[in-house]
Write a protein that binds this ligand. Structure first.
Ligand code: ITT
Length: 198
């Protein structure tokens, strides 16, 4: 069965494919083989945006679609940037500018607790939908460190670690990430879909 991975972000796509790997009976399709329109992220929550992306891309493509919305939630900023993570410093979705803005806002702030949250959504062309969540707790570093990963990885230190996510090897990030946790909760549904049991 063909299942479309509904993201246009190449970093996310790479992580999703690495994390899920082969699932018997499923053939992954990406935006390269099956281009789809950008979905306006107008929801007020990660849940709403994940849902919108999966449903709209599934309707447009006619394929079962796995999409996700992710964000960084900082306690001292009341949960910001949250659902606005990609566009925190403007429409350009500039990772460097987002990180600089975050570090500026956090200058001198002692409570540096934060979490990454992913909401994964699986939608079928008949309109059925499932959501699964994954969280990674940590703190905001005092400066950007590391070249791996993407987005806010250089400024996020997972709980129990000294390094930022961007200082870890890709497999190390994948083992603990919010995306990993959400997708592992989605895996049984994908297997059931492949067996024709959904
Ligand atoms: P799609 O909607 O096409 O999936 P996007 O980049 O617009 O791609 P989001 O709306 O989910 O995706 O944006 C989430 C932003 O949060 C993303 O641009 C990054 O800045 C950040 N982000 C998400 N996952 C991350 C991760 O694993 N590590 C670091 N930053 C991440």
């Amino acid at each position: 069965m063909r299942v479309l991975i509904g993201t246009r972000n190449p970093h996310k796509l790479g992580e999703i494919v690495r994390i899920l790997g082969e699932i018997p009976g499923i053939q992954w399709v990406t935006f390269r083989e099956c281009p789809f329109s950008e979905v306006p992220e107008e929801g007020a929550t990660l849940e709403e945006n994940a849902r919108l992306k999966a449903i709209m891309i599934s309707q447009e493509s006619g394929l079962p679609t796995l999409a996700e919305d992710s964000g960084l939630e900082v306690v001292a900023l009341g949960g910001a940037p949250g659902v606005r993570s990609a566009r925190f410093s403007g429409e350009a979705k500039d990772y460097g500018a987002n990180n600089r803005k975050l570090l500026e806002l956090m200058e001198g702030v002692r409570d540096r607790r934060a979490r990454f949250r992913t909401v994964a959504a699986l939608a079928l062309p008949d309109g059925r939908l499932w959501l699964r969540e994954g969280v990674l707790k940590g703190t905001i570093a005092t400066e950007a460190r590391g070249k791996g990963g993407f987005g806010y990885d250089p400024v996020f230190v997972p709980e129990g670690e000294a390094r930022t996510l961007a200082e870890m090897a890709p497999e190390e990030k994948d083992r603990i990430s919010h995306r990993r946790r959400a997708l592992e909760r989605m895996r049984p549904l994908l297997s059931a879909l492949a067996r024709g049991e959904l």
